[in-house]
Write a protein that binds this ligand. Sequence first.
Ligand code: SF4
Ligand code: SF4
Length: 341
Amino acid sequence: MTVHLLPWDTSRNLLEEANHLYAKAETFSCIEKGDLVAIKLHVGELGNPYYVQPYFVHEIARRVKEVGGKPFLTDSNTYYMAQRHNAYDHMNNALMNGFNMAPFIVADGLKSENFQLIKTKGILQEIEVSGAIVQADAMIVVSHCKGHELSGFGGAIKNLGMGCTPHAGKLRQHRTIGLKIDTSKCVGCGKCKEVCALHLPNIIEGKAHNTSTECMRCPVCIENCPMNAISYTDKENLSKALASAAYGALSAFKPKKVSYISFAKDIAQGCDCLPNPGKISFKDVGIFAADSAVSIDAAFLHSVDYHVFNEASELDCMVQVKEAKALGIQGELNPEIKTLN
Ligand code: SF4
Ligand code: SF4
């Protein structure tokens, strides 16, 4: 399973060369005439400067049409309350960030009500997969490679696992990790309750407690506790849950109906969900294209010193990739990378 790479060399016409890359990788061979083709992407939170550049997506949509497919852009709503929490705000966000080259259909509906529960393997037994993903005939997974505070790295597997699931599926994945309040450090100030969107922690006898099943495992209370009393436990479980959910999302497709394009450019420490994704971790690598989520993510990670991400997140980035491979998602952990000359 070869991964093809167009190096980010701006002395070349990258938009034009990207088409040579897609030809080598046979990116559009997953599409048959009349297919409804999901272009699964992340439109970037408002203010984020690093999401995938729209003109590349414009060309991808054009190529899908050229081979007879009907492209639509898609992503699922976020489970946390921000600018992409419901379809109305999400669609406005997509337009403001320049994604107007094909209809943008929010995969899980207006308020995340449109999904199908699908059996999967691994740390999860089942996963909610967004309706427009389940119903699509083929999918081009367009990812941006970057760091991620909770999973070390975000690429194609995360785009499938978290990105193809509605609120309920995202919550299911996040609930695989734990949240611990160190009562020896807690001074009962109540800041965690104040900043939590659901006001979950209870302050009992001067100490915070949180046993709610609604807790989203977002970082808000952790980041705001003045005593550093709140922390995650079992963080590695989320990486395994991403692989498990990715397996579920891929189960909705017939074999050879999904292709992958990953942009390793503006590789920030934080993800596209953040308006402030932090410093750039690596110089631009290029555009990868492949027919496998495992191979394309492994290819990117082997192209950079991903231990930088590991140190920032205190997690091994390769866990999600190895878990996806172990679950049976096709691909190689050390794929051959063919560079487009
Ligand atoms: S913010 Fe921290 S110190 Fe204050 S109540 Fe919550 S856990 Fe305790
Ligand atoms: S992680 Fe903290 S801020 Fe987030 S929902 Fe749970 S208690 Fe609230």
